[in-house]
Design a protein around this ligand. Structure first.
Ligand SMILES: Nc1ncnc2c1ncn2[C@@H]1O[C@H](COP(=O)(O)OP(=O)(O)OP(=O)(O)O)[C@@H](O)[C@H]1O
Ligand SMILES: [Mg+2]
Length: 369
């Protein structure tokens, strides 16, 4: 059944006698149905909500629109962006154990009411950490899409205000905004708040920031799902670290994940040599693999080809992985030998020819010398 999580949320909010939440979830459902082309059903549902004259939110009496997103007092920049990620646009490839934990998290959130009734509360918070480009922000989108909730993304560096005392205020405004309706609050680049430690001139300021963060996390309503992502989990305050019920360590993609990502990124431009391409991308992040694949698809499209050129794709991969050596200011002969030394399998004569523009005959000669 489509939108089952939303139906369950509406039922749960009704049982909990929280009309503001019923209204908020119902409006989200109507918007989703309208997106699906079910405009008549969406209109009927909206009319039912409006005629019931339900309160708009529990605390302020107004549904907060993206326009009312709080801003930093000094820079006037918005403290977060709102989006509505769609499952159909997301294909995430995670290692089986991580995938299992993510699905467990989602299922606990979806069944929060049931679990709370049984006396085992759910703490809907997840910290996502790992190297750059491995899908941390993407995972936040995926969770919001699965839960069919709006995603409020805040870059933590933009929460840090140059005005003394305003960082804690920004955190409070953002959390208050997120508490007003069911949503996923995603604190991206989370370590920036921990890094404030070094940047702030006044020691007391850091304490205020961390204390404010902890207080705000603790008072989030269960309808607000808290996600945070960082590349530097070691910089986080231990008390902040402990607040997250789920901690996902997203690592560089495995062979299997890379193969799936390559096939998906190349689509019908997929070449016959996926295995070799997968091997060549060992050690690369999902973001870089995607970048290489998309560049080759673009080149194939412009050249009017039906599939990507394997050598061009391998060259792109090599270029990303060994950029410095490929562009080093050393003679071609020395460069070719060094590239062969670092990755004999990847730097075939044709890839070297593609990358350096040196003729295949000359490359063979150099390699045989
Ligand atoms: N595991 C993955 N599965 C599918 N796509 C992925 C994966 N990892 C990365 N990608 C692709 O790479 C893009 C960039 O990833 P994302 O921004 O989520 O990385 P990140 O871990 O948040 O990086 P950073 O630490 O730099 O913020 C995604 O939008 C997605 O297209
Ligand atoms: Mg990110």
């Amino acid at each position: 059944m489509n939108h089952l999580p939303l139906f369950l949320k509406i039922i749960e909010s009704g049982i909990l006698a929280n009309p503001a939440k019923v209204a908020s979830y119902t409006r989200t459902l109507a918007a989703k149905l309208a997106d699906d082309g079910e405009t008549k059903a969406a209109e009927k549902i909206l009319r039912a909500v409006e005629s019931a004259n339900l309160p708009k939110t529990r605390t302020t009496g107004q549904v907060l629109s993206p326009q009312s997103m709080p801003v930093d007092r000094d820079s006037r920049f918005s403290l977060a962006d709102e989006s509505n990620p769609e499952m159909s646009e997301l294909n995430i490839y995670l290692e089986p154990l991580i995938q299992k934990s993510v699905l467990e998290f989602i299922s606990f959130v979806e069944n929060a009411y049931l679990l709370t009734q049984a006396g085992v509360g759910v703490s809907p918070s997840m910290l996502i950490y790992g190297p750059p480009g491995c899908g941390k922000s993407y995972l936040a989108k995926y969770v919001a899409a699965r839960l069919e909730l709006p995603l409020l993304t805040a870059r933590c560096d933009s929460l840090i205000s140059s005005l003394l005392g305003s960082t804690a205020k920004n955190i409070r405004s953002l959390f208050e905004h997120a508490s007003n309706r069911p949503c996923v609050l995603f604190l991206d680049e989370f370590d920036a708040l921990a890094k404030a430690r070094d940047d702030q001139h006044e020691v007391g300021e850091l304490k205020r920031v961390v204390v404010s963060l902890l207080q705000n996390i603790d008072s989030l309503p269960s309808g607000t799902i808290l996600l945070a992502a960082t590349n530097h989990e070691d910089l986080l305050d231990p008390a902040v670290w402990r607040r997250f019920a789920y901690k996902m360590n997203i690592q560089l993609p495995s062979n299997e994940s890379r193969e799936k990502l390559i096939k998906q990124s190349l689509g019908h431009f997929c070449s016959s040599n996926v295995k070799a391409i997968t091997t060549a991308t060992d050690g690369m992040s999902g973001a870089l693999i995607k970048q290489a694949c998309e560049a080759s698809v673009r080149a194939a499209l412009i050249a009017g080809k039906e599939a990507v050129d394997d050598n061009k794709l391998l060259s792109k991969i090599a270029e990303i992985q060994y950029h410095d050596l490929i562009h080093a200011k050393i003679p071609d002969e020395e460069k070719i030998k060094k590239l062969k030394e670092v990755n004999n399998r990847l730097f075939t004569t044709r890839v070297l020819n593609e990358l350096l523009g040196v003729s295949t005959g000359k490359i063979s000669k150099i390699l045989n010398s």
